[in-house]
Structures are given as C-alpha cells and as structure tokens.
Design a protein around this ligand. Structure first.
Ligand code: UT7
Length: 331
C-alpha cells in the first residue's frame, strides 16, 4: 500500500528588530503612503548582524516543538528551503540536524526562491509516499536583509527576515496532500536575481554585488497573468471547485498583486491569508509565517481545505491543496 503523509505541526520565528516604513523614509526617497498602497507592507523584521539563516531556522523548529510537543529526534529527513544559506557549504540543513541533535536524517537545502516552501512540502510528501521516509522537517528560512540593496527604493521596501517550519509525518488515515502543481518560466528569470559565481544571465551581464535585483513590473505582470490559470488547473486537477477552498495562502509578495490574482482566479478576498503587513516579503519563509499568523488568530480549523501557492525567482511556482489537520497544541 502507498504511504500517506500529514502535516502535524508548525512553528515560526521572526527577529525582534522592526524596520518600519517611516524608518525607510529616512534611508531612501519613499513614503509610507506609497509603500502601503502599492504593496500592503507596514513593517518588516531584520536579523541581527551575526544572526544567520540557520539561527532563524533553529528557532522556528524550537517554536514548533514547544507548541506541539512533537518528538523530532526520530526525524529522518530535513529539507531547508532558502535562497540565503549561511554558506555555499556546509548546508543549513546539516547544521540544523547537528544543532537539533537529530542522529539519523538526510539533509538537503533547496532553492526555489519564494516557491521554496511549497516545493519543500511537495518533496516531503513525495519522500513519505514513496515509502522511504517517515518524518520530515520542512523549513523555510530567509535572511533577505543581508542581500538587500538599501540604496534601491524599488526593492528595499519589500524584503524582511524570518523562518517557519512544518513537520510532515507518515499517516495512512488522515493524509494532508490532495493535489499539486509545479512549474517554471525560466525565460523570465533575469527579472529577479541575486548574483553568485555567474556573471552572465541569459546572455546579458549582471550586477555582481550579490544583492537582489528585480524588475518588479515584469514579475508583477507575469504573476497576475500566469498564476490565476495555474490556480484553476490546480483545483480542477482534484475536481475541487475554487469556492470550496477555505483559505488561500500564497507567497506574501505584494498585497495589491495578490488581491488582483484573487479577482482573476475567482477567490473570495476574505479567504486570502498573508504575512505581508508586518513581515513584508520573506521569500520562502512567507507561507509558513502566514500559516503561523493564521494559527495564532485561530483562523485555521482542522479539516479545512487550504491552497498554498509559492511563486517568484526562477520564475518558478509551486501550488498545493492540503487538508488542514494538525496535532493538538500543548502550549
Ligand atoms: O517575491 C518574489 C516575487 N516578486 C514579486 O512578486 C514582486 C512583484 N512586483 C511588485 O511587487 C511591484 O512591481 C513593486 C512593489 C516592486 C513596484 O510597484 P509598482 O506599482 O509596479 O511600481 P512601478 O515599478 O511601476 O513604479 C511606479 C513609480 C515609478 O515612478 P515613475 O517612473 O512612474 O515616475 C517608480 O520610480 O513608483 C516609483 N517608485 C517609488 N516611489 C516611491 C518605485 N519604488 C518606489 C518607492 N517609493 N519605494
């Protein structure tokens, strides 16, 4: 019999330092009114100088174990989704395995930028349903402030730091995963990059300073024209009417853009859950941060159908429909 997988617990962590729109007004030529009306962001969290991506990830998992009392010593695979790993090697996931005292776990970092966390959940489900693994930690963690150009007003108003984690476990009775869609439009990749060792991107020289560069208008156009179709395909693939989705949790990129996607995909805007207002765009951490916020606000109830949709750098996307069915909180 095929194995099945359930998301059993979640946790999150955000650094304590707040960077408000008013703070940004002192750094670049911008204002609170522009930022709020164009993006929905009021503030974001910024890590300390020596606070690394792995530190954020570690704290998100500790929050998970504190809240749900989950035993993570027998986790057999760790997937860390990040575009801001501490190092090219060692991986964040190997460090997390060591820091959490998990003895026997495979450990990989994956980078699908803002689609990372949904790709991570998809992989966790696949590894469990293949029968190979039984308990997997999926962590979305980002230290974007360390690669943000605070002289570029078109990007520095967007990004922040944070981490979120989910535990995915083998469960034959109550599987979480209903349907998935993955894809990529690599021809548009040059619209959103942060340099590494390459110096030519799709035939053109790039800025080599390692900081995020984005053609926001192009990414915006791609997102509002592509994602509604993909959302429809995702719900149709499991014969679910889009109106039967209880909550829509997309990557928190830009509230105005997400509302436009909702309109085009026929999703009631009251079903949209984001973490954009208080934590900005945190790339692969934004979906688990939205989950955490909605859990704190008691919005997510077991047996609800939730659509998660990650998208961004690549330009890649990954959507999931899941049945929400977490363990009971102990704290
Ligand atoms: O997470 C990964 C995926 N990324 C995304 O999904 C990002 C998608 N794109 C966006 O969120 C939006 O394109 C932005 C928020 C980045 C920009 O908003 P926009 O409404 O597309 O603005 P725009 O680039 O069309 O610029 C409009 C005007 C320009 O001035 P002119 O040329 O009309 O005179 C900009 O120079 O707004 C100006 N502008 C600003 N003004 C005040 C750009 N940034 C700012 C700023 N403050 N921070």
């Amino acid at each position: 019999m095929d194995s099945k997988a359930r998301i059993t617990a979640q946790g999150a962590y955000i650094p304590s330092t707040v960077l408000t729109n008013e703070d940004l007004e002192k750094i670049v030529d911008t204002d609170d009114e522009w930022i709020v009306s164009r993006t929905g962001i009021k503030e974001r969290r910024i890590s300390e100088k020596n606070e690394q991506t792995s530190d954020l990830a570690y704290r998100a998992v500790i929050d998970l174990t504190n809240k749900y009392g989950s035993n993570i010593k027998d986790v057999d695979f760790i997937i860390v989704c990040t575009l801001t790993p501490d190092f090219k090697t060692p991986s964040v996931s190997s460090y997390i395995q060591y820091k959490l005292g998990i003895e026997n776990a495979g450990a990989i970092d994956i980078n699908a930028a803002c689609a990372g966390f949904t790709y991570g959940l998809y992989l966790a489900n696949s590894l469990i349903t293949s029968g190979v693994n039984k308990k997997i930690l999926v962590i979305g963690t980002e230290n974007l402030s360390k690669i943000t150009d605070y002289t570029d007003r078109t990007t520095c108003i967007l990004f922040g730091d944070g981490a979120g984690a989910c535990l995915v476990e083998k469960d034959e009775e109550n599987p979480s995963f209903i349907s998935v869609i993955n894809g990529s439009n690599g021809s548009k990749g040059k619209n959103l990059y942060a340099s590494n060792i390459g110096s030519i991107l799709d035939g053109s020289p790039i800025d080599k300073n390692g900081l995020i560069k984005q053609n926001g208008r192009e990414v915006y156009k791609w997102a509002v024209s592509t994602l509604p179709k993909k959302i429809k395909e995702l719900s149709e693939s499991c014969d679910l009417n889009i109106r039967d989705i209880d909550w829509f949790i997309p990557h928190s990129a830009n509230l105005r853009m997400l509302e436009s996607i909702c309109e085009r995909a026929d999703i009631d805007k009251n079903k949209l859950l984001t973490s954009i207002r208080k934590t900005g765009n945190t790339s692969s951490a934004s979906i688990p941060l939205s989950i955490n916020l909605a859990t704190q606000e008691n919005k997510l109830i077991n047996n609800q159908k939730i659509m998660l949709f990650g998208f961004g750098g690549g330009l890649a996307y990954s959507g999931l429909i899941i049945n929400w069915n977490l363990d009971k909180k102990v704290n």
